[in-house]
Every structure is written in structure tokens, then in C-alpha cells.
Design a protein around this ligand. Structure first.
Ligand code: ADP
Ligand code: AMP
Length: 224
């Protein structure tokens, strides 16, 4: 399966991605997580990306496209992947289309998580993230068992710098102007499927699973 999750920041892409890749046995490719790992490690890429991320702006397309090209060349992506947070612009979507066409491995489906702006502001400003393993929490709806410590790995739980309200509002504006046009791009290709991202995490997962089940082709045999 080759899947893209679309939706504004805070829609629940990362939360759903982890659950869906566990069911389909494919890698979760989050460009935000890759960038944050580079920032933490102080790589040249991280240093270049940080100022865009801190402001809630997009990292330039050339940087992101190069990074994704390298990630897709890794062996675990050969049999499928789920993108979360990529593509974010029409040029990124065109570059991805060229990459997957070259390998004759087209995208199967683009699932858009639909949620309104007030909900995403509350989700983003209450989001907390493990600084070690990136597991996602929420101060009200999904707190860790022990305050400040990740349930999964014991790492420190922090608020992302770009989840502060001033930056969140810019990120939503960037999404509206630069990322929302992708919805037409994928609609025109017959790939776009919408689900409501309102409801419990489990309910949203079941909506996504119902759609993905329509595309899941048997492996290694005649699909007919
Ligand atoms: P995205 O990856 O789209 O930016 P996240 O998956 O990080 O979004 O979710 C943003 C915040 O919303 C997190 O704090 C997460 O715990 C919370 N969240 C995710 N799904 C739901 C849901 N269905 N209902 C309420 N809160 C949710
Ligand atoms: P995310 O974790 O997806 O919310 O991304 C966090 C930040 O990383 C974004 O606000 C951007 O600054 C940057 N970023 C992540 N993915 C992309 C992308 N595909 N294109 C450009 N910038 C990105």
C-alpha cells in the first residue's frame, strides 16, 4: 500500500499514521519527524530547516524533495509506505508523482482528515510530544500516565516550539494557502478520499481502515 494522509496541522495525521502502519506493515514517513531529528542532531539539513520550522513556514521544496527521494530509496519503502506531512505543496506532489511513476509504484490513495479550525487549534496547543520517540500526547484528551514521561520509552515529553498559539495560527494559514490546493491535485487524479477526523482516535482509525480495505490488493498472486 502506498498511502498519503492529508489534512491541516493537528488533524490527527501522526496519531492515525502510527496505528495504520502497524496494521499494514509499512513504514511511516513523516517529513516533520525527519526534520526534527535533523534539528536535534544538528545536521546541516537541520540547521537550514530550523528557522522555517520555528516560524511555522514550509521548508523549501528542494530540501524536502531531496530528503524524501533518499528516504524512498531505503529498502523498507520498496513494498509500500504511508506519508504524513508530505507532500505539502503542488511542486512536492509533482515531484513525488515523478518519483513513483519512474518506479512504476503509483500512490494508491490519499486520505484527507476533515476537521474544523477551532478543533485543530485546541488539538495543537494541547499537543505534547516525546522528545525521544515522537509519540504524541494531548494534555487533556491523552495525557501520559506519569506527568512529563513518555509511556512508551520514558523520554521527556515536551511542547513543540511550533505548537505555541502564535506559530499555530501561521501554520494554519500556510496550510490554507499552500497545502490545501493539493486537494484538487489529488481529486483530479481520482485518488482523494475524505474521512471525518472528529470522534475518538479509534473511530477515526476505523474510518480509514474501511477505505484502505478497498485498495488492499492480495500480494504475490493473481488479484482477480
Ligand atoms: P497532525 O499529525 O495532523 O499534526 P497529531 O496526530 O499530532 O496531528 O494530533 C494533534 C493533537 O490532537 C495531538 O495532541 C493528539 O493527541 C490529538 N488528537 C489526535 N486525534 C484526535 C482525536 N480523534 N480526537 C481528539 N484529539 C485527537
Ligand atoms: P509537521 O510535523 O508535519 O507538523 O511539520 C512541522 C514543520 O516541519 C512544518 O511546519 C514545516 O516547517 C516543516 N515541514 C514538515 N514537512 C514539510 C514538507 N513536506 N514541506 C515543507 N515543510 C515541511
Amino acid at each position: 500500500m502506498r498511502i498519503i494522509l492529508l489534512g491541516p496541522p493537528g488533524a490527527g495525521k501522526g496519531t492515525q499514521a502510527v496505528r495504520l502502519v502497524a496494521r499494514w506493515g509499512i513504514p511511516h514517513i513523516s517529513t516533520g519527524d525527519i526534520l526534527r531529528a535533523n534539528v536535534r542532531e544538528g545536521t546541516a539539513l537541520g540547521l537550514e530547516a530550523k528557522r522555517f520550522m520555528d516560524a511555522g513556514d514550509l521548508v523549501p521544496d528542494g530540501v524536502i524533495i531531496g530528503m524524501v527521494g533518499e528516504r524512498l530509496a531505503e529498502p523498507d519503502a520498496a513494498d509500500g509506505f504511508l506519508f504524513d506531512g508530505f507532500p505539502r505543496t503542488v511542486p512536492q506532489a509533482r515531484a513525488l508523482e515523478a518519483l513513483v511513476n519512474e518506479r512504476d509504484t503509483p500512490i494508491d490513495v490519499v486520505i484527507r482528515l476533515v476537521v474544523d479550525q477551532d478543533d485543530v487549534v485546541a488539538r495543537l496547543t494541547g499537543r505534547r510530544t516525546c522528545s525521544e520517540c515522537s509519540r504524541i500526547y494531548h494534555v487533556q484528551t491523552d495525557p501520559p500516565a506519569q506527568e512529563g514521561r513518555c509511556d512508551a520509552c520514558g523520554g521527556a515529553i515536551v511542547q513543540r516550539d511550533d505548537d505555541r498559539e502564535e506559530v499555530v495560527l501561521n501554520r494554519l494559514e500556510v496550510h490554507r494557502t499552500q497545502t490545501a490546493p493539493l486537494e484538487d491535485f489529488y481529486f483530479e487524479r481520482g485518488l482523494l478520499r475524505d474521512i471525518s477526523a472528529v470522534g475518538s482516535v479509534e473511530e477515526v482509525t476505523e474510518r480509514a481502515v474501511a477505505i484502505l480495505g478497498e485498495y488492499d490488493r492480495p500480494r504475490g498472486g493473481d488479484a482477480a
